[in-house]
Design a protein around this ligand. Structure first.
Ligand code: UDP
Ligand code: MN
Length: 251
């Protein structure tokens, strides 16, 4: 039987949220043995998110964890000012350790609500033994940010140009981790206490991983199956902005 993919998605309320979650659910429902851990950046579950989840027919956990006000980006902030999704991914890790202890087979992936996923990505995720890595499209000022594979099929480095000195200069979408590794390191979590761009490195280092442990996937990292797409912020009239504030578009 197929190992379960635990697909962790932080999500926050914005005009585009319903569109993003609908598109993502249409992708995920094509995938067998996938468990969606959807984590709202909110103080409670919203009925609209629950509805998208229910219609997806996917196995899922619907949880929430609010980003503290001093860590929340405003519309005016540059998106790189603070890390996004920290509380939510940590809530998912806690959920996993609480609910999946004793489960043998499984792979964890951090899949944001606005990225684009080729269905072939899920075969790669599922085949991960320890930590699998692969290319990500349009991220880090590159068309493709990718591990570099040498003649013997071994990982020799990374082509990253943004902070290439990081232990793991890769995006959140570039790797998946075996469930056992997460269960075996109960204190490992994301944090605000690391420099910008170090969330991935912090997690993987905490799991006791070094570069030689990484399994290059996606045909020796020659295929792009996930893109770090970003949705443009919609322009709205003042009236529409008010409407948006006072109603839950997902309800
Ligand atoms: N996110 C969140 N709360 C926020 C901002 C973002 O939960 O205040 C989620 C968002 O929905 C996405 C993930 O965190 O699934 C990454 O955020 P974003 O896509 O804005 O980051 P970027 O792609 O720019 O790194
Ligand atoms: Mn994004």
């Amino acid at each position: 039987d197929l190992p379960m993919i635990y697909f962790i998605t932080p999500t926050h309320y914005r005009p585009e949220q319903r569109a993003e979650l609908t598109r993502l659910s249409n992708t995920l429902r094509q995938v067998p043995n996938l468990f969606w851990i959807l984590v709202e950046d909110a103080e409670k579950r919203s009925p609209g998110v629950a509805e998208v989840l229910a219609r997806s027919k996917l196995q899922h956990a619907h949880i929430f964890s609010l980003t503290p006000a001093d860590k929340k980006l405003t519309d005016k902030d540059k998106n790189w000012k603070l890390p996004r999704g920290v509380e939510q991914r940590n809530a998912a890790l806690t959920w996993i350790r609480t609910n999946l202890a004793g489960i043998q087979k499984g792979v964890i992936y951090f899949g944001d609500d606005d990225n684009s996923y080729d269905l072939r990505l899920f075969d790669e995720i599922r085949a991960v033994k320890k930590v699998g890595v692969w290319p990500v499209g349009i991220v880090g000022s590159l068309l493709v940010e990718t591990p570099v594979i040498g003649a013997e099929g071994k990982l020799t480095g990374f082509n990253s140009i943004w902070k290439p000195e990081r232990p793991f200069p890769i995006d959140m979408a570039a790797f998946a981790v075996n469930l056992q590794l997460i269960l075996a390191h109960e204190d490992v979590a994301f944090t605000y206490e690391v420099p910008r761009g170090y969330q991935e490195s912090h997690l993987l280092s905490g799991l006791g991983i070094s570069a030689s442990d990484l399994e290059p996937m996606a045909d020796h990292c020659s295929k792009v199956y996930v893109w770090h797409t970003r949705t443009e912020k919609s322009k709205l009239t003042a009236t529409e902005r008010e409407k948006f504030k006072s109603s839950n578009l997902l309800a």
